[in-house]
Design a protein around this ligand. Structure first.
Ligand code: IPE
Ligand code: IPE
Ligand code: MG
Length: 233
């Protein structure tokens, strides 16, 4: 099989601009974005992807208007309760990246419930990045290791990786960002070292299976060298 994207990570961006273009409130963009997320999760599962990682709420997103944050959290709670059966039926395990314990009670409850109910899922892991910051993830790993009184000589990449939210997982093969922005916005800072990056001007609510295939076709054409030189001519 030539298909080698086992881990797809997505920065689901452009919900607000999608709504603005249509003369709708930003909340309508987030609502439509949820539909896109469902489509893409299902499509990835069908393709046999092992990990799908969605950036749903960054730590920096706390600086948005309170009203928008509340809407996003309500939407998340609804998404988790409405889609839980789908996750279980499709054998998808939900896993959270980020400090979700700092989120409001209702969100924490929904997360705990959905993670517990889907924990037997064996076919795919759906990572949702919530209250996530790549730099904070790295700092937290350092704090944990310092607490363990680790001998500096024993600190290697594997030991460090075990402290990340993605412990035990393969790094993202491909990171897609929608909406035309060309940055990572503090996403998977450690894990993205050798990820392929794909940027599309399409706004997240318009991202569909066809767009996903375009991205994966593009990915398949990439030559991933990881610093190697294959042959000397
Ligand atoms: C992405 O869409 C969703 C979240 C960050 C939660 P945005 O809300 O960032 O939409 P734009 O970038 O303002 O269009
Ligand atoms: C990144 O999008 C975060 C999520 C998609 C959840 P933002 O819209 O918050 O990123 P910036 O502000 O454009 O960098
Ligand atoms: Mg944005």
């Amino acid at each position: 099989m030539s298909f080698v994207c086992n881990h797809l990570a997505i920065i689901m961006d452009g919900n607000g601009r999608w709504a603005k273009k249509k003369g709708l409130p930003r909340s309508a963009g987030h609502q439509a974005g949820t539909e896109a997320a469902k489509r893409i999760v299902t499509a990835c599962r069908k393709m046999g992807m092992q990990y799908v990682t969605l950036y749903a709420f960054s730590r920096e997103n706390w600086s948005r208007p309170r009203e928008e944050i509340n809407f996003l959290f309500d939407l998340l709670v609804r998404f988790l309760s409405q889609e839980l059966n789908m996750l279980v039926e499709q054998s998808i395990r939900l896993n959270i990246l980020g400090n979700w314990e700092e989120m409001p009670f209702a969100v924490r409850q929904a997360i705990k419930h959905a993670c517990a109910k889907s924990r037997a899922g064996k076919e795919m892991v759906l990572n949702m990045a919530l209250n996530y910051s790549g730099r904070e993830e790295i700092l937290q790993a350092c704090r944990n290791l310092l607490k363990q009184d680790l001998d500096p000589a024993d600190l290697n990449e594997q030991v460090f990786r075990d402290q990340l939210f993605t412990a035990g997982q393969a790094d993202p093969d491909l990171i897609i960002r929608t909406s035309g922005e060309l940055r990572l916005s503090n996403y998977l800072i450690f894990q993205s070292a050798y990820s392929e990056l794909y940027f599309t001007p399409t706004l997240w609510p318009d991202f569909d299976e066809e767009e996903l295939h375009l991205a994966l076709e593009d990915f398949k054409k990439r030559e991933r060298r990881f610093g190697r030189v294959e042959r000397i001519e």
